[in-house]
Design a binder for this molecule. Sequence first.
Ligand code: GDP
Ligand code: IMO
Ligand code: MG
Length: 430
Amino acid sequence: MSCVVVIGAQWGDEGKGKIIDIYTEFAEMVVRYAGGSNAGHTLVVGDEKIVVRLLPSGILREGTRCLLGQGMVVDPAVLLGEVDELIGRGRKHVASQVKVSTRAHLIMPYHLLVDALRESRASEGKAIGTTKKGIGPAYEDKIRRNGVRLGELRNFAKLTERVENALEAWAPVIRDLGGEVPSVESVVEPLRALADRVIPMLADTSELLDDAVKKGAKILLEGAQGTLLDVDHGTYPFVTSSSPIAGGATTGAGIGPNRISTVVGITKAYTTRVGGGPFPTEQENDEGRHLQKVGAEFGSVTGRARRAGWLDLPALRYAVRVNGIDGIALTKLDVLTGIARPKICVAYETPEGRTDSFPIDELDDPRVQPIYEELEGWTESISDVRQMSDLPAAALAYVKFIEDKAGVPAYLVSVGPRRDETIVIRNPLG
Ligand code: GDP
Ligand code: IMO
Ligand code: MG
């Protein structure tokens, strides 16, 4: 049985797209299980760069079935836009390759409106810095049992009733935020044309996944966002509204936990965060600017500059624990080239003394500070390296330090954005 969950171990943008795309060479099915078009997963093949937001990152390999599970919130216009873009780029196979759960929830215009209004009205320091894709309000509707599911696109009478209920609940909120409440017709009518194209893509994706598991197919479950953005395990309230951790794959894809064989956690060789919230190892200095510039750290969805800083090992150990990470994929090691003395946070100073744990509940206490170790830097370009033994000694020592302190082996080291700029140490689907 090979059912591998691949998750982000930090605050998102760890390079999940690239790693899933690589592993898909060995997989028959790739399943997204959480989030929506807040995700932006970058795939670089030759000179072509594609950013997928809803479609699983396995989409470029013809023949790989790609599922969007019921844990997702789906903006149908974004979904069809992505499909059309790929078809326009000559990938005609895409439309038949994708199946979307009937039980995933629709992102509606009023979700986008509330998300944008809340962010623009939030006072200094309170804005979450969301992607404004309607994610939070859509999950709110799901949890308060006022959501509209994709399967309801097959029944417009029922769908209209669901929209009426939702709008009744949102109206006072929208007015309070200074917005204009949309009419039911203005929400429902545009969905008719989209429905004609989305309905053929609908399926019970949990059943398709189970069939594949029973046949012994190799399956990837693709996380979006990252562990520290998880609504339960992240830096609350500066989180997203879903469960990106490995456990989220079971509810979000509809698969028993005992079907999962391996969990791979992706971490950059440093750390980035886009949006508000605590980030203890952030470096607002020349070294931070090096990471931003050389790492091209700009959001793939919003274009916002990502905050950058050193790797946080207590946070990585926390991610290993809450996800059950078996091995890590270490990305963007090449970005550290040229930094004379890279630092890694190894522990935290707290009012109670030094701790090796990630003090996630105390990060807003100014007395809680990262403790760093300085490592040797290297100056040689490493993007052509394909074997660990060919890395400069200092780069190899950097990787070994992380493996040792995180307590998990590296399965893969990424040395550039392209598919081939990769050192594969162990293939979890092999
Ligand atoms: P995701 O959301 O986790 O899929 O990550 P994003 O695609 O949002 O951001 C990762 C960025 O880093 C993308 O621009 C990738 O092309 C790029 N990238 C991935 N791996 C590497 C790497 O090893 N080195 C460099 N320099 N860039 C990388
Ligand atoms: P991928 O899958 C990085 C962040 C937003 C904000 C918070 C809540 O590409 O790694 P939301 O729109 O979800 O309500 O925003 O979560 N965020 C991400 N940051 N990568 C992502 O996805 C993200 N998805 C959401 O910036 O801080
Ligand atoms: Mg991203």
